[in-house]
Design a protein around this ligand. Structure first.
Ligand SMILES: [Zn+2]
Length: 91
């Protein structure tokens, strides 16, 4: 389900800026924004707004949790059973 947050809907319908916008790029007459709330990409051109890419907005207001990188756990081989040296002398 793709959806925009209420702030972005107000932005499109009423040209009302909201604090979740992050400016990505600015050209002379156009700016590109990304909404941190719903991850939509928005384009502003001569005070006209359009949605380039619709993100996803969770109405339960769960902030997107960045996934903890789980990958490398193969370097945990301490000294275990390799110190069984043969003791000479007892025969
Ligand atoms: Zn938004």
């Amino acid at each position: 389900m793709e959806s925009t947050c209420p702030s972005c809907e107000l932005l499109i319908t009423q040209q009302r800026l909201h604090p979740y916008l992050v400016n990505i790029s600015s050209l002379q007459d156009s700016q590109l924004y990304k909404c941190r709330c719903c991850n939509s990409y928005l384009h502003r051109y001569l005070n006209q707004w359009e949605i380039i890419s619709i993100g996803y907005y969770d109405e339960r207001q769960n902030p997107p949790v960045p996934s903890a990188d789980a990958g490398s756990d193969t370097a945990a081989s301490g000294p275990s059973a390799s110190d069984r040296t043969l003791v000479p002398g007892r025969q």
